[in-house]
Structure formats: structure tokens, C-alpha cells
Design a protein around this ligand. Sequence first.
Ligand code: ZN
Length: 196
Amino acid sequence: CANYLHIDVMDGHFVPNISLGGCVYKGLKGTVALVFDVHLMISDPRKYAIDFIKAGSDILTFHYEALNNEDEIFELIDFIHSHNVLAGISIKPGTNVEVLDKYLKYVDLVLVMSVEPGFGGQKFMPNALDKIKYLKDEKQKNNYKYEIEVDGGINLETAKQCVNAGVEVLVAGTYIYNSDNKEKLIKELQSLWFIN
Ligand code: ZN
């Protein structure tokens, strides 16, 4: 399976933390065989999308909650696609998954947040599993193309639950960074898709 480099971008508004701008990973582009999976946790994704496209995003994901209406959401999906970048949409733990129904046909990735975005090391919120199951059912029923990704509180146990629910991409930042044997851990996580 492909290895994704998940890059969290925070602006200090949409979430209280501030983290890297596009210039940081632009330098990596072409030097590593990774899919640049950029997660914009910012209040104005439309304004900054172009910067992150230029910085080399392969997948650019914005938050449903950051935009005001469906016109803005469709426009941003089209804008990202017009630059030959894959478009993802994400929801926070408190957001109902059905709000995404009308966009599912058009996006390449749906990112379910299983913690409140903005801080590492939080506990996994189990309502993410129902959202993942829902997205998997919709995908199968309608032949949609999006990948289902989960972000927040992932360890071997919660990863298993997410894979069983139908997740296809796991974001496991803190869990992997804190491990002494990162390679072994990544292999263990990847093997979850083949055990079941
Ligand atoms: Zn993220």
C-alpha cells in the first residue's frame, strides 16, 4: 500500500495551534516517495489552497466546517481538481457525517477526525467508527471513488477497530513518533488490512 505523509496545517484560528506553512514540505517534494496528504485545519482554506497546491500537495483536504455553504464547498473542490490535485473533505467529531452526502460523489478522500483537531495525543472518540461504516456503505452502494481516512488517537487497538469499520488510510502521528521501533509499528499497522 502507498505511504502517505500526512501534513497538518493549523492557523491558530480554526484550531488554537499554529503549524507549518507550505514552504516546509516543499523542500521534501521529489526527494521522498510519499503521497503528500495535506490536511488544512484553517478557517480560510479557499484563500490558501493555491499555496499548498504549489507546495506540492497530492491530496488537499479542507474542513467542511470552515466553509459557509455548499457553493463554496463545490467551488473549492473544483478549484483543487483544476490544478490536478486530489480533493479531500474532513469533519470534526461533533459534525454529523450525513452533511457530506452531496459531496461524496466528487471528493477523492473523506477524512474523519476522531479527536478534536489541533492537538496530538488525545483519546480516540468512538463515534468515528460509525462515520467510517457509513462512508464505507455509501461508497459501496454508489461506487464512489473516495478513500476513507481517520485522524486522531490512533494506536494498534483503535487502528484495528477503524480497519474493521472500513477505513483505508490511518493517520498515526503521535503513536508512531513516540515509538522506539517506528518501522515495526508501521508494518504492524499496515498488516491490519491483510489479517481481516
Ligand atoms: Zn490531520
